[in-house]
Design a protein around this ligand. Sequence first.
Ligand code: 13P
Length: 261
Amino acid sequence: MSNETRKPIISGNWKMNHNHFEAIQSVQKLAYLLTKDDFAAVDVTIHPPFTDLRSVQTLIDADELKFILGAQHCHESDSGAFTGEVSAAFLAKLNVNYVIVGHSERREIFGETSELVQSKIVAIQKNKMTPIICVGETLAEREAGKTYDKVLGQLRSALEKRSHEQIKSMVIAYEPIWAIGTGKTATADDAQRVISAIREEIAKISSATVASSVRLQYGGSVKASNISEIMSQPDIDGVLVGGASLDSAEFARICQYRLRP
Ligand code: 13P
């Protein structure tokens, strides 16, 4: 489905990298490299670790930068006896706008279930932020021909009991687990096929109108050298970038993909 009406969204997920000093330097360098035209053409969200959020937010506010602040995770309760956790409500107070949820590292390493992902999505939307919901299959699932079962199953669970309006405002990121941090990327055609199946499923769950406005990202070893091909696919509206977002010069080139063939 043509992406003319959906504004591209490029997200940098720093994972557990960059302390708050490095975060400030990194955002300053990125701000220097990107232009007003870049921000007019794409939404750029940055997802630093929790300890960096306040510093990055202050920098964005003070210098009136156009980056959109994001987080990588949240707890589903507003407050309470959950040692070490950070609530969606606290993130909203820091002007966080986007929260990644259901990342495969959270699901696989920290045992987050689809039910938990669902409750985090509810908390994120209740606090008027946008969830970036990650879905994706393992290599074993892919080789067993289970990609669509896994990805669409995760999607259906995440969208359960959400209204048309709530679904419309979400971002869904297809991140095949075997492509994360491995240097292997799904071919652009392959990513397009899965992502267009996600859009079709959203149309079934909600409506064609909603499906045509939801922004869908690809993630997994995205770099400046493969971004143009990925973004040329009709259903891919953006990317969720891990490793390559840690290098401001590389990430700037990714954000400026439209300037190169
Ligand atoms: P890489 O870009 O390092 O493969 O990571 C992708 C990812 O997990 C982003 O959330």
